[in-house]
Design a protein around this ligand. Structure first.
Ligand code: NAD
Ligand code: UDP
Length: 329
């Protein structure tokens, strides 16, 4: 790995940096004095997410599709480039798979040429509809390889394989994080995931759309905690490769989560049940013993605090949109 930095700041590439998690990561890396090169094709991200960072001379935004090779000088690479919400990654499944697989190859080749360390943002979806609960990193998963979620799940699994093969055969310094459901400000309103859907629905007094009977579970990690976990893994000794689960182990049923959103927003919205998506995992909760032991990391933000900040973010956007509408009349 390239350690001869002298006193100059690290040049860190964040692929998918204009997305939800990526924009928070770019922000924290800049705060720590690094140079940040955000690479994004704006499939699901937006330049608006990083607009506030563009005043920094250490920040650059480059529009690029990671399916195509790229040539840059970098010291570290975070690969977050891939749509993460089920409606988004299923909208063009072939492109999703290409993004994960070709994107991984192109960024791994870039890391190899630069002698740079590279971190993959993998996912709890590599466990599919898990038969082991909570999920430990040793579990190989239960993924339907031909279902509508496969483009994402198998793409991320193949990317993990590529990371480990580049490490074994080319000596690339790799890290693999398995991210569990993460939420917070800058999720897109039209994202389709549970947290943004329920908050936006509650704030507009529209029914909250609970898929199935709502007995399926998820564990929600606040984005600031996730970013700290990703950076801790990147900074960890070379012997720590992963995969390593990053997430908040507090587990909630979807119906219970809907009721919490109603309580915290004070909304009078009803709950409306909709069909359960195909292959929707029934239970999900990370075992984070590895992250605690190897990285000395664990989430610090409880759901009430994180949700309140996220609700405030969406409420502010709603107020701004209303003000724009009134100004235009
Ligand atoms: P997001 O959709 O907001 O961000 C993904 C970013 O990648 C977007 O900015 C998008 O425009 C960009 N992108 C997509 N395809 C690209 C391509 N071909 N070339 C360049 N850029 C491309 O999603 P997110 O929630 O911020 O997720 C970030 C990463 O973390 C993803 O890789 C996702 O799989 C992983 N992850 C997220 C979660 C979560 O709950 N947020 C959970 C597990 C894994
Ligand atoms: N979900 C829901 N209503 C919504 C969006 C999602 O009930 O409007 C459920 C979904 O079926 C899943 C859970 O919430 O069981 C989490 O969904 P999300 O799309 O956020 O992420 P996933 O963990 O499935 O990738």
């Amino acid at each position: 790995m390239n350690r001869s930095l002298g006193n100059r700041p690290k040049r860190i590439l964040v692929a998918g940096g204009a997305g939800f998690v990526g924009s928070h990561l770019c922000e924290r890396l800049l705060e720590r004095g690094n140079r940040v090169l955000c690479v994004d094709d704006f499939t699901t991200g937006a330049a608006e997410n990083v607009a506030h960072l563009r005043t920094s001379r250490r920040f650059r935004l480059l529009e690029h599709d990671v399916v195509q090779p790229l040539e840059l000088d970098v010291d570290e690479v975070y690969n977050l480039a891939c749509p993460a919400s089920p409606p988004h990654y299923q909208a063009d499944p072939i492109r999703t798979l290409k993004t994960s697989v070709f994107g991984a190859v192109n960024l791994l080749e870039l890391a190899r040429r630069n002698d740079a360390r590279i971190l993959q943002a993998s996912t709890s979806e590599v466990y599919g509809d898990p038969l082991v609960h909570p999920q430990t990193e040793e579990y190989w998963g239960n993924v339907n390889p031909i279902g509508p979620r496969a483009c994402y799940d198998e793409g991320k699994r193949a990317a993990e394989t590529l990371f480990f093969d580049f490490h074994r055969t080319r000596g690339v310094d790799v890290k693999v994080a398995r991210i569990f459901n993460t939420y917070g400000p800058r999720m897109s309103e039209s994202d389709g995931r549970i947290v943004s859907n329920f908050i936006v629905q509650a704030l507009h007094n529209r029914p909250l759309t609970v898929y199935g009977d709502g007995s399926q579970t998820r564990s929600f990690c606040y984005v600031a905690d996730m970013v700290e976990g990703l950076m801790a893994l990147m900074e960890s000794p070379a012997g720590i490769i992963g995969p390593i689960n990053l997430g908040n182990p507090d587990e909630f049923r979807v119906l219970e989560f809907a009721e919490l959103v109603l309580r915290y927003t004070g909304s009078k919205s009803r709950i409306e049940h909709r069909p359960l998506p195909v292959d929707d995992p029934k239970r999900r909760k990370p075992d984070i013993a590895r992250a605690v032991q190897w990285l000395n990391w664990q989430p610090a933000t409880d759901l009430e605090t994180g949700l309140s900040r996220t609700i405030e973010y969406f409420a502010r956007r709603q107020r701004a949109a209303r003000a724009d509408l009134i100004a235009a009349e």
